[in-house]
Design a protein around this ligand. Structure first.
Ligand SMILES: [Zn+2]
Length: 190
């Protein structure tokens, strides 16, 4: 059985046996915050446990590297939706050590794309159209700096209310230990 079929088969049982009942909650976060973090598999359960957040407690936004790379991209939009529509009053950005985006080199990934059948002319066409693929794919060198950068992008966003604290943290993907990068309570923004 392939993965999708396996999932669908399990799902029938999940629903018919009402296993969903224990997860009943609302779309509004009990702890009134939104967390932006990385899609790393090690954080799937560890991060909520390490922060003592359970189902229904927070809004959780994930991408590769916990990065806000564009002020008007879908990550920033998600954070704004959480704040304006879903009662999130604080924002936490949580990067982690040993992240796949740390030290990621665009040229290596581009080489892999070519191996998987993406043509050189496609890449050239994108460059010609003004799309800097290399810059778009580039990771970061230092997770603390990266978190600080994302925090600043959010804090300075023209559409974010000034009274929303934005905090930055780094988590250890093995122990769950959090290190504070930036405490948003003391920040005054203009
Ligand atoms: Zn990561």
């Amino acid at each position: 059985m392939r993965l999708l079929e396996e999932i669908l088969e399990y799902n029938e049982e999940f629903v018919s046996e009402k296993k969903y009942e224990q997860y009943a909650t609302t779309k509004f976060p009990n702890k009134r915050m939104v967390i932006l973090t990385c899609m790393d598999t090690r954080l799937l359960e560890l991060l909520p446990k390490a922060l003592n957040v359970g189902n229904g407690d927070v809004k959780l936004v994930k991408n590769a590297g916990a990065l806000v790379s564009h002020p008007f991209g879908s990550i920033m939009r998600s954070l704004l939706v959480a704040v304006y529509q879903l009662n999130a009053d604080e924002i936490l950005v949580i990067g982690h050590h040993d992240c796949g985006m740390s030290g990621m080199k665009a040229d290596k990934m581009i080489a892999q794309m070519k191996e998987r059948g993406i043509k050189e002319e496609t890449l050239e066409m994108l460059t010609y159209s003004g799309m800097d693929v290399e810059k778009w794919l580039e990771g970061f060198n230092d997770v603390t700096e990266s978190v600080q950068h994302s925090v600043e992008m959010i804090r300075k966003h023209p559409l974010l209310p000034k009274d929303i604290p934005v905090h930055g943290l780094v988590i250890d993907p093995e122990t769950g230990k959090l290190d504070l990068v930036s405490n948003g309570y003391g920040e005054t923004r203009i």
